[in-house]
Design a protein around this ligand. Structure first.
Ligand code: ASP
Length: 349
């Protein structure tokens, strides 16, 4: 159900807020404990919402969830809400827990292609009920950005994360901090905007608005994938076990540095037989910044021959959700590999 909070008689934009839960929306219950609360309580805690000159409509997850519980069904729910209401609103705000926000924003960037409107994820490190909450600032500025237009068209036409003054491309973002307010960064792509006294947009980094774009919604996602993080001493039994998971279709391999892996025969043989069985292997780095360059060192040169796909500068969050999207949307290995090799929503260089 969507309810409209008709605050403004002559609004400059109409925004749909999708409230999924997370720390931002927590408030005290009758026993003094913080629990996810209804959206009306959030409005009461952020009275300035009434003064933004933006028409706000809201729909909530019922009940709101901690984002550690997010799964692909929730992404379909968010994507469907945006697809069904795409023509009615100028932009969309997703209030979401920070823990898995980078995964959700990445997934939605692959599920909603041809976007011409802003979809901005935001949340908070401290509940809105607390005096020092960062939630008010994050929420209000995200709304301002979603409403911003230049020459009559939205400035933002992609899926983003707004947090602690920074607007980041969603599929480049990563949660890197659980204590301080600067929870997100985007090591491999410039900040899209910085909110100070004014909102300073980095126009050359933004995805360009194209009048001819039409929204294409890809609701199918596959969960038959696994992420394998390498560590010195990882043993054959463990890798063999992971690669023998029934119905496994894709492996996101978190390698070292610029894409390096141990070059012991047992390891390479296991990868080879997985690829031969049809498992698609995508190589991403454990480093937040930089690129996978297969073949730069001897310890990665075998990977090209084995058919391992270089994830270049993808984050693990983007690699994981891109694989889920690729296996959900395409059938043949060639189409899946093609989807993984090319950038589809600005997720890699
Ligand atoms: N556990 C919370 C969540 O992700 C943390 C947060 O919102 O910051 O829902």
């Amino acid at each position: 159900m969507i309810s409209t909070l008709d605050f403004s008689t002559n609004p400059r934009a109409s925004i749909l807020i999708i409230y999924t839960g997370g720390t931002l929306g927590m408030d005290y219950n009758e026993h003094g404990a913080l629990v996810p609360c209804d959206f009306e309580r959030i409005v009461a805690r952020v009275p300035v919402l009434k003064e933004l000159n933006i028409n706000l409509s809201v729909t909530s997850f019922s009940p709101p969830i901690d984002s550690s519980n997010v799964n692909s069904k929730h992404w379909v729910q968010i994507g469907r809400l945006i697809e069904e209401n795409y023509e009615k609103f100028d932009g969309f705000i997703v209030l979401h827990g920070t823990d898995t926000m980078a995964y959700s924003a990445s997934a939605l960037s692959f599920m909603l292609q041809g976007l011409n409107k802003p979809v901005i994820f935001t949340g908070a490190q401290l509940p809105i009920a607390l005096p020092r909450s960062d939630g008010r600032e994050n929420f209000v500025t995200a709304l301002e950005i979603a409403a911003d237009k230049r020459e009559g068209v939205p400035i933002i036409s992609e899926v983003c994360v707004f947090f602690n003054h920074l607007l980041l491309r969603g599929n480049r973002s990563k949660k890197v901090e659980s204590r301080h307010f600067d929870a997100f960064e985007s090591e491999n792509y410039p900040v899209l905007a910085e909110a100070g006294i004014v909102i300073d947009y980095n126009f050359t980094a933004l995805k360009a608005y194209k009048a001819a774009n039409t929204l294409r919604f890809f609701p199918e996602l596959s969960n038959d994938i696994v992420v394998l993080k390498l560590f010195p001493g990882i043993n054959e039994k463990t890798v063999a076990h992971i690669l023998s998971v029934p119905n496994l279709r894709g492996l996101v391999m978190e390698s070292y540095g610029s894409g390096n892996v141990p070059h012991q025969p047992w390891f390479l043989n296991l990868l080879e037989s997985a690829v031969n069985k049809g498992v698609v292997v995508l190589n991403v780095s454990q480093c937040n910044g930089g690129n996978v360059i297969q073949g730069k060192y001897e310890s990665s040169s075998a990977l090209n021959k084995l058919g391992v796909i270089s994830g270049r500068d993808l984050t693990t969050e983007a690699a994981t959700t891109k694989m889920m999207h690729a296996f959900g949307s395409y059938n043949s290995i060639d189409e899946i590999r093609d989807c993984l090799i090319h950038s589809i929503s600005g997720e890699m260089n």
